[in-house]
Design a protein around this ligand. Structure first.
Ligand code: B3K
Ligand code: ZN
Length: 866
């Protein structure tokens, strides 16, 4: 929708309970790609004497009936966004007939066509694009759905719940009726119709119920769904063991589609997935793909309890379901793949996306208080920081009390649409703890800075902890939050104390311990016990000691990252002022510590690969004041080169020793081995080792799995040279028929250095190979470029910014959600040098002048600070 006037925000403080209750909803779909008729029959009870508001967008209203009587046009108000019935009886039957055009639905919200199949996406506000309805999560009802479609083109007709009827209706058409006995909000509605291959399995629940499991995929792809099926069964079992949660319906279905705005959707009993997060086999999917599939399958399944049975009262409470469910999927992955490695990966992602958001113009609380478009609030803050809050709750309460709180929550609020206040109250009731201060974490934006200082007082040593949070948009003053700090003393040979937990509730606190003569350091915030930035007085010597001896694997990794961040920051300064970076003691110590980690049998390969991966340059940029992003990028490369020079022989040795000889397995240990081996290759390439190109070329030619093939390809593109173009084309021809692998090809193209500069990316966007209507393809090219190609995106002449803006404006005309999300790449602008700030501001103004959608307008204005 194009807007000329400033749209009004929705406020949490304006919340009013629904005026009408829906006893039951019956929907009848006559499915035709260009004109689908939807007839609804809803039993309504009036709760308050107020107008009944039904949302509706881009659908054609044919008729409205109350208790069987057609309403005259004067009996209701209708505009672009809603249908209002000013006066209604106390209880009545409402019948509405509408027509929509699924084929023309390029926003991919509501009912649309993907690859010739009908599918839906209703969260957050897509149901209103199907029929007029009180489209808000606190209006829950029992749904029955009948659909009718051409039998040959659409042999499978699916919806939520259980199938109660089906059959032929003549003229080559058939029908099915589905009934979902669980009350649910409209955003969990789903319908699918089309031709699929079906992968079947089953799961027996803890009470002995036999649940058929069905995964629907494009014809020919069933074997690629086997890993997802296995992950589903493991998730179902895990939720029973870890949270006592059993599946409820008689059937669980997943459908994979190619055109999807995000990863997947937890519709009751009928999850719909982006095929990129469901399909995998050794040849076409990387280990990272397998890992993501496992966690997203689990995430959507876990929503059945945290999201579906207990849903959100309003969209401000989104973190109630998302934060909790991300926490649950992280715990699941930790159990499946190893806790330390999982924690490191989760924290890396948090720092890269959420910390950046919290420090920039789009910062908002985990529970926001105002929005223009709720689609813009499916953010790293709501999801990832939301999960950190649940993790802290568990740390503060302890595992047993946390579980008691969860059990109480599931029992007390089952079947309701709840708030964060109600959620926390359940934990207070179950444990007797006072969580009033904890609520602040949900209300206050910004990443707290935790300052740690040591002091020796006579024969006591003290550690002082202090917290402060910088102002964020709309929140100039911050209060202290309750901060769980896990800490431990570490000597050269390991721990000198047990791990301790200190709660910092005010601005400052301290802990003390008897003086120790032995040299030692403090390992602070073990396992990242709170989502904060640590500023400590730890010296290089402390960090090196922790890298060598911290018993907490996460903090061992963290010490290396802290040191690397400091090194990159000072290298960047040197580069920016035209000096040659010095090779100092810290750098040497860092390299030696990495060498020891690489040799340490206590750590697995996955951990070692992470230890050898320095922080992303953009993460370092966050901690600096207005810098040249390319200098930081150069500094990152310089550090990798220095590490590779130091470790050269070991890297080469490991590269060969870790070569796989057996059959492919996606398990954590095999994936860890491949990760470390490919990390060794990338480091050798970073020093432009003459051997690296040969190794990468051979690996590319001989790879039997996508992880190795793609890593080799990326290494070759970084090394450059004449062979890159032909290798890229070889990869293209090999995978031409597989759209998921072609997405990978596009992202490698988007992220690689191009001699032709930004115009090479423009050529890709203009080529017939590019599908501008497909979100995965757009994310691969435009997202890959903005987030993964610092050299071209931040090019000093501004050509990267200008290309990016053109793409956003173009995308916005079709799919505002995707355009708005990609536009987030500009949120970094205040961290950049003056020249780049001016260029990005003018690009954002260009976006605003293009009369964008509400989604894009909100992000552009907020990014500019308006
Ligand atoms: N709940 C969906 C996300 C919907 C996004 C709507 N803009 C997937 C998930 O988080 O599980
Ligand atoms: Zn979710």
């Amino acid at each position: 929708m194009r807007t000329d006037t400033a749209p009004t925000p929705t406020l949490l403080s304006d919340y009013e309970p629904p005026s009408h209750e829906l006893t039951s909803v019956y929907l009848d779909f006559d499915l035709q790609p260009e004109a689908t008729t939807v007839r609804s029959k809803i039993e309504v009870k009036r709760l308050r004497d107020e107008p009944f508001i039904l949302n509706g967008e881009e659908i054609e209203l044919k008729s409205v009936k109350i208790d069987g009587k057609v309403l005259k046009r004067s009996a209701y108000k209708l505009d672009q966004e809603k249908l209002v019935l000013a006066k209604t009886p106390e209880s009545f039957t409402l019948e509405i007939e509408t027509v929509c055009n699924p084929k023309a639905n390029s926003k991919l919200m509501g009912l649309y066509v993907s690859g010739g199949r009908f599918c839906t996406q209703c969260e957050a506000e897509g149901f209103r694009r199907i029929t007029f309805f009180p489209d808000r999560p606190d209006v829950m009802s029992v749904f029955t759905v009948r659909m009718e479609a051409d039998m040959e083109t659409y042999p499978f007709l699916l919806a939520n719940g259980n199938k109660t009827e089906s059959g032929a209706v003549g003229k080559g058409r058939h029908f099915a009726v589905w009934h979902d006995p669980f009350r649910k909000p409209a955003y969990l509605f789903a319908l699918v119709a089309g031709q699929f291959d079906l992968l079947e399995d089953s799961f027996t629940t803890m009470s002995g119920r036999h649940i058929p499991l069905e995964i629907y995929v494009d014809p020919g792809n069933a074997p690629q769904a086997e890993y997802a099926m296995d992950a589903l069964k493991r998730s179902m079992k895990w939720d029973e063991d870890a949270f006592g949660r059993e599946y409820d319906l008689d059937l669980f279905m997943i459908v994979a589609v190619r055109d999807f705005n995000f990863g997947a959707m937890e519709n009751k009993g009928l999850n719909i997935f982006n095929s990129a997060l469901l399909l995998a086999d050794a040849e076409s999917a990387t280990d990272m793909n397998f890992e993501r599939i496992e966690s997203v399958v689990a995430h959507e399944y876990f929503h059945n309890w945290t999201g579906n049975r207990i849903t959100c009262r309003d969209w401000f409470q989104l973190c109630l379901k998302e934060g909790f469910t991300v926490f649950r999927d992280q715990e699941f992955s930790a159990d499946q793949r190893g806790a330390a490695v999982q924690r490191i990966k989760d924290v890396r992602a948090l720092r890269a996306r959420q910390f950046a958001e919290d420090a920039g113009p789009l910062a908002h609380p985990v529970r926001p208080e105002s929005y223009m478009k709720i689609d813009n609030f499916y953010t790293a803050t709501v999801y990832e920081k939301g999960a950190e809050l649940i993790r802290m709750l568990k740390t503060i309460l302890g595992a047993e009390k946390f579980r008691a709180g969860c059990d109480h929550y599931f029992e007390k609020l089952d079947g309701t649409a709840a708030t964060i206040e109600q959620f926390l109250k359940c934990f207070e009731e179950a444990t007797g703890e006072d969580l009033s201060q904890f609520m602040l974490w949900y209300q206050q934006a910004g990443t707290p800075i935790l300052t740690v200082k040591r002091e020796t007082v006579v024969n006591q040593q003290r550690i002082h902890f202090k917290q402060a949070t910088k102002p964020t948009p709309g929140q100039p003053r911050k209060s202290p939050v309750v901060l769980p700090i896990k800490w431990q003393l570490v000597g050269d040979n390991g721990p000198l104390s047990e791990p301790q937990l200190k709660l910092l509730k005010h601005d400052a606190t301290s802990v003390s311990y008897p003086a120790i003569t032995e040299p030692h350091s403090v390992s602070v915030l073990q396992d990242f016990s709170a989502p904060v930035t640590v500023r400590s007085d730890a010296t290089t010597e402390d960090l090196l000691r922790l890298m060598a001896a911290d018993p907490n694997a996460f903090n061992r990794w963290e010490a290396g990252q802290t040191l690397a961040r400091q090194l990159i920051a000072s290298l960047a300064k040197a580069i920016e002022s035209g000096k040659t970076p010095p090779v100092d003691k810290a750098l040497k110590g860092y390299c030696e510590a990495l060498a020891r980690t690489l040799d340490d049998p206590k750590f697995n390969n996955a951990f070692k690969a992470l230890a050898l991966t320095p922080p992303a340059p953009m993460e370092v940029l966050q901690s600096l004041d207005q810098s040249d992003p390319l200098a930081v990028h150069e500094a990152g490369k310089w550090l990798s080169r220095a590490v590779a020079d130091y470790l050269r022989d070991t890297l080469l040795d490991r590269y060969h020793a870790l070569t796989d000889t057996g059959a492919f397995s996606p398990d954590a240990s095999s994936a860890g081995r491949r990760a470390l081996r490919n990390r060794c290759l990338a480091l050798l390439a970073a020093r432009h080792d003459p051997l690296a190109a040969t190794l990468a070329q051979t690996q590319f030619a001989e790879a039997t799995n996508m992880t190795d093939e793609l890593s080799a390809l990326m290494t070759l593109t970084r090394l450059g040279g004449q062979r890159v173009e032909t290798t890229m084309e070889d990869f293209y021809s090999k995978w031409e028929k597989n759209p998921l692998v072609l997405d990978k090809w596009f992202s490698v193209q988007a992220m690689r250095p191009h001699a032709g500069g930004v115009s090479s990316i423009l050529r890709l966007a203009d080529s017939t190979r590019y599908e501008r209507t497909n979100p995965n393809r757009v994310r691969a090219l435009v997202g890959g470029f903005a987030m993964g190609n610092a050299e071209l995106f931040h090019k000093a002449d501004g050509s990267g910014y200008s290309f990016f803006t053109d793409q956003i404006i173009d995308m916005d005309s079709r799919n505002p959600q995707i355009a708005a999300r990609l536009l987030g790449a500009f949120e970094i602008w205040r961290k950049l040098d003056d020249k780049r700030q001016v260029m990005i501001r003018s690009e954002l103004q260009r976006v605003i002048n293009s009369k964008p959608s509400k989604n894009v307008l909100e992000i552009a204005k907020k990014t500019l600070g308006e």
